[in-house]
Design a protein around this ligand. Structure first.
Ligand code: FES
Length: 78
């Protein structure tokens, strides 16, 4: 989407808890990367993507928003 932007240039390591809903920022405007802080509304950009994991896990979440495997980094920032 044209109003989206890069939220960063590298993924952020996150400790994710099982069965908890997380709102990954898809638009890049959040100041709380990699998660949504509601900034997409003012920016008229894409809304968050809610996801959860089945087991406690450490994940590298995408901030550049170019990943083909959201919310996870796939190396597209390079
Ligand atoms: S601030 Fe980016 S999706 Fe909400």
């Amino acid at each position: 989407m044209e109003n989206n932007t890069r939220g960063g240039d590298t993924p952020i390591k996150c400790e994710l808890e099982a069965n908890k809903n997380y709102a990954w920022c898809t638009c890049g405007h959040s100041g709380d990367q990699p998660f949504c802080n509601g900034s997409h509304r003012a920016a008229k950009a894409t809304p968050s993507m809610v996801f959860s994991v089945e087991e406690d896990t450490t994940a590298y979440l995408c901030t550049c928003k170019q990943t083909k495997n959201p919310p996870y980094c796939d190396g597209s920032h390079k």
